[in-house]
Design a protein around this ligand. Structure first.
Ligand code: HEM
Length: 164
Protein backbone atom coordinates (compact mmCIF):
# COMPACT_ATOMS: atom_id res chain seq x y z
CA UNK A 1 0.00 0.00 0.00
CA UNK A 2 1.46 3.45 -0.90
CA UNK A 3 2.40 5.71 2.06
CA UNK A 4 -0.16 8.29 0.84
CA UNK A 5 -3.00 5.81 1.38
CA UNK A 6 -1.92 5.06 4.95
CA UNK A 7 -3.06 8.50 6.20
CA UNK A 8 -6.67 7.52 7.08
CA UNK A 9 -5.39 4.31 8.71
CA UNK A 10 -2.75 5.89 10.97
CA UNK A 11 -4.53 9.10 11.99
CA UNK A 12 -7.33 7.25 13.76
CA UNK A 13 -4.78 5.76 16.18
CA UNK A 14 -3.40 9.24 16.87
CA UNK A 15 -6.84 10.73 17.57
CA UNK A 16 -8.12 7.86 19.72
CA UNK A 17 -4.93 7.45 21.78
CA UNK A 18 -4.41 11.19 22.34
CA UNK A 19 -8.03 11.70 23.45
CA UNK A 20 -7.80 8.76 25.85
CA UNK A 21 -4.38 9.78 27.24
CA UNK A 22 -5.34 12.82 29.38
CA UNK A 23 -8.58 11.12 30.45
CA UNK A 24 -6.67 8.08 31.76
CA UNK A 25 -4.10 10.33 33.46
CA UNK A 26 -6.76 12.51 35.15
CA UNK A 27 -8.76 9.49 36.34
CA UNK A 28 -5.57 7.77 37.49
CA UNK A 29 -4.61 10.79 39.60
CA UNK A 30 -8.13 11.33 40.95
CA UNK A 31 -8.76 7.67 41.82
CA UNK A 32 -5.10 6.95 42.64
CA UNK A 33 -5.04 3.98 40.26
CA UNK A 34 -1.63 3.00 38.89
CA UNK A 35 -3.01 0.96 35.93
CA UNK A 36 -4.79 4.10 34.66
CA UNK A 37 -1.56 6.08 34.94
CA UNK A 38 0.27 3.39 32.94
CA UNK A 39 -2.51 3.56 30.33
CA UNK A 40 -2.17 7.36 30.26
CA UNK A 41 1.58 7.14 29.77
CA UNK A 42 1.40 4.51 26.99
CA UNK A 43 -1.47 6.27 25.21
CA UNK A 44 0.59 9.47 25.24
CA UNK A 45 3.75 7.83 23.88
CA UNK A 46 2.04 5.73 21.20
CA UNK A 47 -0.38 8.54 20.31
CA UNK A 48 2.43 11.08 19.83
CA UNK A 49 4.26 8.53 17.63
CA UNK A 50 1.07 8.01 15.60
CA UNK A 51 0.70 11.81 15.26
CA UNK A 52 4.21 12.06 13.78
CA UNK A 53 3.41 9.25 11.33
CA UNK A 54 0.08 10.98 10.50
CA UNK A 55 1.97 14.10 9.48
CA UNK A 56 4.36 12.05 7.30
CA UNK A 57 1.51 10.13 5.63
CA UNK A 58 -0.54 13.37 5.35
CA UNK A 59 2.30 15.07 3.46
CA UNK A 60 2.53 12.01 1.19
CA UNK A 61 -1.25 12.11 0.66
CA UNK A 62 -1.03 15.81 -0.22
CA UNK A 63 1.76 15.16 -2.73
CA UNK A 64 -0.35 12.48 -4.42
CA UNK A 65 -3.53 14.60 -4.64
CA UNK A 66 -5.38 15.11 -7.90
CA UNK A 67 -7.21 18.36 -8.82
CA UNK A 68 -9.45 19.82 -6.10
CA UNK A 69 -11.47 22.98 -5.45
CA UNK A 70 -9.95 26.26 -4.19
CA UNK A 71 -11.98 25.94 -0.97
CA UNK A 72 -10.63 22.41 -0.47
CA UNK A 73 -7.08 23.72 -1.09
CA UNK A 74 -7.50 26.49 1.51
CA UNK A 75 -8.82 24.02 4.08
CA UNK A 76 -5.89 21.72 3.33
CA UNK A 77 -3.46 24.59 4.15
CA UNK A 78 -5.16 24.98 7.54
CA UNK A 79 -5.18 21.19 8.05
CA UNK A 80 -1.45 20.99 7.32
CA UNK A 81 -0.62 23.90 9.63
CA UNK A 82 -2.67 22.41 12.49
CA UNK A 83 -0.95 19.05 11.87
CA UNK A 84 2.40 20.74 12.62
CA UNK A 85 0.95 22.46 15.71
CA UNK A 86 -0.43 19.14 16.94
CA UNK A 87 2.98 17.46 16.68
CA UNK A 88 4.71 20.51 18.21
CA UNK A 89 2.45 20.17 21.26
CA UNK A 90 2.40 16.38 21.63
CA UNK A 91 6.04 15.44 21.04
CA UNK A 92 7.39 17.56 23.95
CA UNK A 93 4.48 16.35 26.13
CA UNK A 94 5.37 12.73 25.30
CA UNK A 95 9.06 13.33 26.10
CA UNK A 96 8.04 14.96 29.40
CA UNK A 97 5.74 12.01 30.21
CA UNK A 98 8.43 9.47 29.34
CA UNK A 99 10.99 11.14 31.61
CA UNK A 100 8.75 11.98 34.58
CA UNK A 101 7.56 9.79 37.45
CA UNK A 102 4.46 7.64 36.75
CA UNK A 103 2.25 9.85 38.93
CA UNK A 104 3.90 13.09 37.66
CA UNK A 105 5.50 15.45 40.16
CA UNK A 106 2.73 17.14 42.21
CA UNK A 107 3.59 20.71 41.17
CA UNK A 108 3.72 19.87 37.45
CA UNK A 109 0.40 18.00 37.29
CA UNK A 110 -1.88 20.94 36.55
CA UNK A 111 0.39 22.31 33.84
CA UNK A 112 0.88 18.86 32.31
CA UNK A 113 -2.84 18.04 32.21
CA UNK A 114 -3.73 21.50 30.85
CA UNK A 115 -1.28 21.12 27.94
CA UNK A 116 -2.42 17.52 27.34
CA UNK A 117 -6.12 18.52 27.23
CA UNK A 118 -5.29 21.41 24.86
CA UNK A 119 -3.41 18.86 22.70
CA UNK A 120 -6.45 16.54 22.78
CA UNK A 121 -8.71 19.43 21.68
CA UNK A 122 -6.31 20.19 18.80
CA UNK A 123 -6.45 16.51 17.73
CA UNK A 124 -10.25 16.69 17.74
CA UNK A 125 -10.36 19.88 15.64
CA UNK A 126 -7.76 18.40 13.27
CA UNK A 127 -9.90 15.27 12.79
CA UNK A 128 -12.92 17.50 12.06
CA UNK A 129 -10.94 19.50 9.47
CA UNK A 130 -9.72 16.29 7.81
CA UNK A 131 -13.26 14.92 7.61
CA UNK A 132 -14.52 18.20 6.11
CA UNK A 133 -11.70 18.02 3.55
CA UNK A 134 -12.84 14.64 2.31
CA UNK A 135 -16.60 14.55 2.92
CA UNK A 136 -17.48 18.21 2.13
CA UNK A 137 -14.85 19.16 -0.44
CA UNK A 138 -14.01 15.76 -1.95
CA UNK A 139 -10.25 16.29 -1.45
CA UNK A 140 -8.47 12.96 -1.92
CA UNK A 141 -11.38 11.31 -3.74
CA UNK A 142 -11.00 9.91 -7.24
CA UNK A 143 -12.77 11.75 -10.07
CA UNK A 144 -15.33 8.93 -10.33
CA UNK A 145 -16.11 9.17 -6.62
CA UNK A 146 -16.56 12.95 -6.96
CA UNK A 147 -18.81 12.69 -10.05
CA UNK A 148 -22.37 13.99 -9.71
CA UNK A 149 -25.05 11.30 -10.12
CA UNK A 150 -26.59 11.33 -13.64
CA UNK A 151 -30.19 12.63 -13.84
CA UNK A 152 -31.15 9.18 -15.15
CA UNK A 153 -30.15 7.41 -11.92
CA UNK A 154 -32.17 9.82 -9.76
CA UNK A 155 -35.35 9.75 -11.91
CA UNK A 156 -38.30 8.37 -10.00
CA UNK A 157 -41.20 6.61 -11.56
CA UNK A 158 -44.51 8.03 -10.26
CA UNK A 159 -46.49 5.47 -8.27
CA UNK A 160 -49.65 5.82 -10.38
CA UNK A 161 -47.83 5.00 -13.67
CA UNK A 162 -47.57 1.37 -14.74
CA UNK A 163 -44.25 0.33 -16.27
CA UNK A 164 -44.46 -2.16 -19.16
C1 HEM B 1 1.16 17.93 7.63
C2 HEM B 1 0.11 17.31 8.12
C3 HEM B 1 -1.05 16.75 7.32
C4 HEM B 1 -1.36 16.83 5.97
C5 HEM B 1 -0.58 17.52 4.86
C6 HEM B 1 -2.62 16.14 5.79
C7 HEM B 1 -3.26 15.95 4.57
C8 HEM B 1 -4.47 15.31 4.39
C9 HEM B 1 -5.09 15.04 3.10
C10 HEM B 1 -4.47 15.39 1.73
C11 HEM B 1 -6.28 14.44 3.33
C12 HEM B 1 -7.29 14.00 2.26
C13 HEM B 1 -7.49 12.49 2.25
C14 HEM B 1 -6.28 11.72 1.84
O1 HEM B 1 -5.74 11.96 0.76
O2 HEM B 1 -5.86 10.85 2.65
C15 HEM B 1 -6.43 14.30 4.77
C16 HEM B 1 -7.50 13.72 5.41
C17 HEM B 1 -7.63 13.61 6.76
N1 HEM B 1 -6.70 13.97 7.72
FE1 HEM B 1 -4.88 14.78 7.36
N2 HEM B 1 -3.05 15.65 7.01
C18 HEM B 1 -2.11 16.00 7.96
C19 HEM B 1 -2.14 15.66 9.31
C20 HEM B 1 -3.21 15.08 9.93
C21 HEM B 1 -3.24 14.72 11.33
C22 HEM B 1 -2.09 14.92 12.34
C23 HEM B 1 -4.47 14.21 11.58
C24 HEM B 1 -4.94 13.69 12.91
C25 HEM B 1 -5.88 14.22 13.59
C26 HEM B 1 -5.25 14.24 10.34
C27 HEM B 1 -6.58 13.88 10.18
C28 HEM B 1 -7.23 13.71 8.96
C29 HEM B 1 -8.58 13.14 8.81
C30 HEM B 1 -9.53 12.70 9.93
C31 HEM B 1 -8.81 13.07 7.44
C32 HEM B 1 -10.07 12.48 6.77
C33 HEM B 1 -9.74 11.04 6.43
C34 HEM B 1 -10.90 10.22 5.96
O3 HEM B 1 -11.91 10.14 6.67
O4 HEM B 1 -10.76 9.59 4.90
N3 HEM B 1 -4.42 14.75 9.36
N4 HEM B 1 -5.31 14.84 5.39
Amino acid sequence: MPVAELHPFVLHFAVALLLAAPLCDSLGLLLRREPLLYAGRWNTLLGAGAAVVSVITGLAAEAALGPHSAAGGALLELHRALGYVMVAVWVPVAVWRALSKLALPQRARTLYLTVAFVGAAIALVQAGLGSALVYRHGVGLSSTARAEPTPHSTTRIPMDKTVH
